[in-house]
Design a protein around this ligand. Structure first.
Ligand SMILES: [Zn+2]
Length: 223
């Protein structure tokens, strides 16, 4: 989480602008679609509504309280602000990234879940649920996303996009890229027929081994 002092907020705003540009380059959104936010203490810095990413400046990033009150905003905060705030209220997230990326949207129209086509899905907490369709910007969508996020750091929104959260913007963004890659890989696998899917036990084994290796790295002083 960023500090809530002015230096922390300035850093958060600059990082949101730079990752917003990546959103287009990486094909995770088009135009001004999608949005992202970071938490700084009891405030949330969030991308504005209706400004193209190419033109967005750090001073355009909006600041809202955890109750949604606008604090320092020359622009209108993202229409999905209620969903971002609901995720912060329900999790320990430090950043939230919402994408309109084609692979997850295509999957959402035909599946209820992204299954474990590759063990890297443990980085998202396991198979990723598709939340039922609810209109953009609504409290219902926020509730639907939070419910489907249970135990996961990613959720796919039916006929809409996806949301990932992480301890910081870099992690949340990496998860959005991973999710899109997994959805594409699953679609490719379907072209060969019914794909083999990893079991819960196999995923648990991966999670345990990843933990063991991270623990070993910390003990030996490796980064
Ligand atoms: Zn959206």
């Amino acid at each position: 989480m960023y500090g809530s002092d002015s230096d922390g907020l300035q850093a958060a705003r600059a990082q949101l602008v730079s990752y917003s540009a990546r959103l287009l380059d990486d094909g995770l959104a088009v135009g001004s679609a999608g949005n992202m936010s970071v938490r700084a203490g009891d405030r949330v810095a969030i991308t504005p509504s209706g400004i193209s990413y190419a033109e967005m400046r750090p001073e355009d990033i909006c600041l809202v309280g955890m109750d949604g009150a606008e604090l320092q905003s020359s622009e209108t905060p993202s229409s999905e602000t209620p969903m971002h705030l609901a995720i912060y209220a329900a999790t320990r997230a430090g950043a939230v990234v919402h994408t309109h990326s084609p692979e997850v949207i295509a999957l959402s129209a035909g599946r209820d879940e992204l299954p474990a086509i590759h063990y890297a899905i443990t980085g998202l907490g396991g198979p990723v649920r598709v939340a039922p369709y609810v209109r953009f910007g609504s409290a219902g969508l926020a509730a639907s996303a939070v419910a489907a996020l249970d135990g996961r750091s990613a959720v796919i929104l039916r006929n809409h996009g996806a949301v990932c959260h992480g301890r910081d913007l870099a992690q949340a963004y990496d998860r959005a890229l991973l999710l899109e890659w997994l959805a594409r890989t699953y679609r490719l696998a379907l072209s060969y027929g019914e794909p083999a899917i990893l079991s819960a036990a196999e995923l648990d084994e991966v999670t345990a081994e990843s933990r063991r290796r991270r623990y070993g790295e910390r003990r030996s002083g490796q980064p």
